[in-house]
Design a protein around this ligand. Structure first.
Ligand code: BDP
Length: 554
């Protein structure tokens, strides 16, 4: 599935803007135009836009609706592309069901065969999470129980686009690169027939033209975090054309290291959240750019898309900025804290969805050089007997889909996890001195080094710390430090970093979190999770300066 782009064969119409919106019952079908709806922005979550508590916290279905007209041409096929709606949804055109979405973080792309002069597009979204959705949640007495620590934002979160293609069009392009000493072999896998393949360098100069789908580039400039060099491939047939940027790079996980272009990399960065004021999870170019500017400013080289795939726009920016991405499927809330893997809970149906989302994630992100690893879950109950078979199948699907390293982010300890040997790199989330022995920083180093050592001894894989952090209220100071103060956050992060520096086989540190983010209400959540190194409006807390100094040198 190709990201919508316009060119001489393809038109593009953006349907973002102000739509109609209302909460609806389970049986609702948009037979007629919704005259009783109110106005809503797309893309955005509705939760932090509305003023009614009832609507904000609505559990169930909502309707989004808009109308549009196009100059329809007979020699074109029209397609609807919705970047993401959270979570499941049904899509109707002029009252007729035309497509549906199975998950809140993946695009829907469908042909529009019955366009009229004026069209009504209705999207009915269901925000409920169960054991058969990802993230996993539960409905108890009509109330939504959220298993994870971020707000269940709902809405049309990414761009809505109608695009046209010729009748005979290119459906997909996969660019595989193999790096050798002084050349790179490029193989293009596509359904395009009799195509001309042209590669352009960054300045638009032609590097190679080929009638074969496999060819070589001599002395390629490799993509890395210092010089995120991108080429452009143009595939052109008699009837269609598509241009895709790509980078040439090699990623490999060994027993001790993660290698980018044969050199070990140390991951410096964050677990992030797609979360900003008013927009919620709505994709926004300004917020995206600000995030990447801050990542570069602080000296980060990588992020994890915790705990779900981010927008395609973010993935393209990661390519441009040279930020490596650990690309995570929305497998979160799979409870290390309570029984999860059973016939009644996370069962075969959940597993099939999980596998399908792994497949779709790789299919979506396969041409992004920034993606260096896929993460199959965050903090699942991997100590449970059934977890082994469950993840063996999920990881098997990942292996069939990609050659990149696979990781799982563990809360379970090395002693009890049953899946560590299945992946290439172990990610661990650890909050010594915060959730355990709160405020006592003397425990951090020993416990962290011991835990990393245990994973190394048990699995012989590189380990990276995917989360560690302390909630911090900006402007709150304490000398000597106390928890929640800015001084505490610096000391906490410093203690952890000293542990990483002396732990053998530790290949990186991702602070939790890049910025403060919204969660459900809770006694330990004062306006959300405050572990951000940046505030929610993207200003640095004091710890940001400490990290900048460390990471610029490291
Ligand atoms: C970790 C979770 C993350 C939470 C974090 C926290 O992976 O989603 O936000 O804890 O409690 O266990 O801050």
């Amino acid at each position: 599935m190709l990201y919508p782009k316009s060119n001489k064969y393809r038109d593009l119409y953006n349907l973002n803007g102000i739509w109609k919106f209302k909460t609806v019952g389970d049986d609702y079908i948009p037979e007629n135009e919704a005259h009783d709806a109110f106005l809503m922005a797309v893309p955005a979550s509705y939760n932090d836009i509305v003023t009614s508590k009832e609507v904000k916290d609505h559990v169930g279905k909502v309707l989004y609706e808009t109308t549009f007209s196009l100059p329809v041409r007979d020699d074109r096929i029209y397609h609807l592309r919705i970047g993401a709606t959270s979570h499941k949804c049904d899509v109707y055109l002029n009252g007729k069901l035309i497509s549906y979405g199975i998950n809140g973080f993946f695009p829907i792309d469908t042909e529009l065969s019955d366009l009229e002069e004026k069209n009504r597009l209705s999207v009915v979204i269901d925000n409920r999470l169960t054991f058969q959705t990802l993230p996993v949640g539960r409905i108890v007495n009509g109330k939504q129980v959220i298993n994870h620590d971020f707000y269940n934002f709902t809405g049309i979160h990414r761009d809505v686009i109608v695009y046209s293609t010729p009748k005979k069009y290119i459906h997909d392009i996969e660019i595989k690169t193999v790096v050798d000493d002084d050349y790179s072999k490029i193989s293009v896998i596509t359904d395009a027939e009799n195509a001309l393949y042209t590669v352009f360098d960054k300045l638009g100069n032609t590097v190679i033209e080929s009638r074969e789908s496999t060819f070589s580039i001599e002395d390629p400039i490799l993509w890395d975090t210092e010089n995120p060099y991108l080429y452009t491939l143009c595939v052109e047939t008699d009837t269609d054309k598509y241009e895709e940027k790509f980078g040439i790079r090699k990623v490999e996980a060994t027993r001790d290291a993660l290698l980018l272009n044969d050199k070990p990399v140390y991951l410096k960065g964050f677990g992030m959240h797609d979360d900003s004021f008013i927009l919620g999870k709505g994709n926004n170019a300004a917020v995206n750019i600000r995030n990447f500017e801050l990542l570069k400013w602080i000296g980060a080289n990588s992020i994890r898309t915790s705990h779900y795939p981010y927008s395609e726009e973010v993935m393209s920016l990661a390519d441009e900025y040279g930020i490596m991405v650990i690309d995570e499927v929305p497998a979160v809330g799979m409870g290390w804290w309570n029984p999860t893997f059973s016939d009644e809970r996370a069962n075969d149906e959940t597993k099939e969805l999980h596998k399908e989302l792994v497949r779709q994630l790789v299919a979506r992100d396969k041409n992004h050089p920034a993606v260096i690893m896929y993460s199959v879950a965050n903090e699942a109950a991997t100590h449970e007997e059934r977890a082994r078979e469950y993840f063996a199948d999920v990881i098997d699907m990942a292996r069939k889909s990609t050659d990149l390293p696979i990781t799982i982010i563990e809360f379970s300890t090395a002693d009890v996890s049953l899946v560590g040997d299945l992946v290439d790199v172990i990610g661990i989330n650890r909050y010594y001195g915060w959730y355990y022995e709160h405020g006592d920083m003397s425990v951090i180093k020993d416990q962290m080094i011991t835990e990393i050592g245990k994973w190394r001894a048990k699995c012989g894989k590189p380990v990276f710390v995917a989360e560690f952090g302390a909630d911090t209220i900006e402007g709150l100071h304490a000398l000597p430090s106390e928890s929640f103060s800015e001084e505490f956050q610096i000391e906490y992060v410093r203690e952890n970093c000293e542990a990483f520096d002396s732990a053998e086989g530790c290949i990186g540190e991702h602070v939790w979190n890049f910025a403060d983010f919204k969660t459900k209400q809770g006694l330990t959540r004062i306006r959300g999770n405050r572990k951000g190194v940046f505030t929610k409006d993207r200003q640095p807390k004091l710890v940001a300066h400490f990290l900048r100094e460390r990471w610029m040198k490291k």
